[in-house]
Design a protein around this ligand. Structure first.
Ligand code: FAD
Ligand code: UDP
Length: 401
């Protein structure tokens, strides 16, 4: 008899499995349909011996010391600050848009103060910021919007920015200084030995069994368990009863090149050219030294593995109908990016999973009395509610409340 059947071995499933096993002494079976753990954060060495991320570049960043401390139990880190250039008008310029971006593109020599005036002069007035177009044109005007956001977003989502919620492009700030980092979070690091190694250590507990290559539906009828943690797409759990929720997919094209370096930064975005959105060179992220290099192109797709919930009003409405079903489904906890249909980063999923662990653990304790714990996770619980509340920009808002 397992206490928990965990569906999915990504961040949501693995954090919960680890907490339930190590803190509550629960017996946990993790069932994962892919041939590996770590969900979309899975990394591995390719044929050339270069560490790559199978499902696209994953850069860890967060503001919460508690989330960072929690993951640090399972990995050491390599400090890494991600930088992205956009290929626009034949030049490679920083994105997020900053002082250098504008000066380079328009052949200007503005100061930060002058750039504020420049933005004010080109910004379009908006009564309310509702869409991803509103977010950008109200800050940097139509021309920069067209150069950096319109084409990229249409490729990435198959939708115009005016058809997407504000939160999508609000992930990308606008700067008047020369800071060219993609993220400005307090903690920005890569797991020193990769994500998969980190997950191996998370799941390495005598109470946790992992079953790969298995859709939970194949085994569920034969496995006695008390409660389920479900981290797959929520519409699939309910057999698409309220129709399909759109999830955006990607096709990844990897290429190993016989040269030590390919591009100047980790990622180069192509908002206006080509069918792919961006190229990432992994060695920037991992710090690996190797005579060759591997890059990945991302081609957005409507069909395929579900990677991104699509944030727009009609999808949120449909999700709410599934959420209502989830709330009246006893003994099943829906956790993670696919199961709660939220455009969450990794740290936000960890925060959500830790919050749900506290909830489950507390109600179990109320029912059965105190259980022995290896270490008090209260410091984690204290922060996670704040960590997953959105500040509107979708980036790590994992702050201590
Ligand atoms: P997942 O990782 O999707 O895990 C769910 C697991 O459930 C999957 O392994 C799936 O196979 C399994 N599953 C589903 N259905 C079943 C079933 N029926 N039976 C058994 N198993 C099932 N976040 C960042 O913080 N920084 C980044 O730089 C970053 N870059 C990203 C780049 C890309 C291209 C993508 C797609 C995402 C990126 N993210 C990034 C987001 C990050 O991937 C997610 O926040 C995180 O992986 C979500 O974890 P999860 O456990 O909710 O879901
Ligand atoms: N975006 C854009 N141009 C860029 C970078 C981002 O238009 O050069 C928009 C696009 O809609 C994208 C969103 O901002 O989907 C969020 O970008 P982010 O890099 O955070 O996406 P992710 O890493 O989640 O794929």
């Amino acid at each position: 008899m397992f206490d928990y059947l965990v569906v999915g071995a990504g961040f949501a499933g693995s954090v919960l499995a680890e907490r339930l096993a190590s803190q509550d002494g629960a017996k946990v079976l993790v069932v994962e349909k892919r041939p590996h753990i770590a969900g979309n954060a899975y990394d591995h060495y390719d044929d050339a011996g270069i560490l790559v991320h199978k499902y696209g570049p994953h850069i860890f960043h967060c503001n919460s010391p508690e989330i960072f401390a929690y993951l640090s139990r399972f990995t050491e880190w390599r400090p890494y600050q991600h930088r992205v250039l956009a290929s626009v008008d034949g030049q490679l310029v920083p994105i997020p848009i900053n002082l250098d971006t504008v000066n380079c593109l328009y052949g200007l020599n503005l100061t930060s103060f002058q750039l504020e005036d420049f933005f004010a002069s080109v910004a379009e007035r908006r009564e309310r910021i509702e869409t991803s177009e509103d977010v950008v044109v109200s800050k940097v005007g139509r021309d920069l919007y067209n150069k950096f956001f319109r084409g990229y977003t249409r490729k990435q989502w198959g939708l115009d920015p005016s058809e997407l919620d504000a939160q999508v492009t609000a992930r990308i700030p606008t700067r008047t200084n020369r800071d060219d980092r993609y993220f400005t979070d307090r903690f920005q690091s890569m797991p020193l030995h990769g994500y998969t190694r980190m997950f191996e250590r998370m799941l390495d507990h005598p109470n946790i069994k992992v079953m790969l290559n298995t859709d939970y539906r194949e085994v569920e009828p034969f496995i006695p368990y008390r409660e389920m943690i479900y981290t797959g797409p929520i519409d699939a759990y309910f057999d698409y009863r309220h129709g399909k929720l759109p999830y955006r997919s990607l096709e990844f094209a990897f290429e190993t090149i016989d040269t030590p370096n390919y591009q100047p930064v980790g990622t180069v975005n192509y908002p206006n050219d080509y069918d792919y959105t961006r190229i990432t060179e992994f060695k920037h992220l991992t710090g690996q030294e190797h005579p060759k290099t591997t890059i990945v192109y991302e081609y957005p797709r409507a069909e395929g593995d579900p990677y991104y919930p699509v944030p727009r009003a009609e999808n949120t409405e449909r999700y709410k109908r599934y959420q209502a079903l989830a709330e009246v489904t006893p003994n099943v906890h829906f956790v993670g990016r696919l199961a709660t249909y939220k455009y969450y980063n990794m740290d936000q999923v960890v925060a959500q999973a830790l919050t749900i662990f506290e909830r489950i653990s507390t109600s179990r304790r109320l029912l059965t009395g105190p259980v022995s714990r290896n270490s008090p996770p209260a410091e984690v619980a204290a922060t996670v509610t704040g960590a997953i509340s959105s500040n509107g920009n979708g980036k790590s808002d994992a702050t201590v409340p």
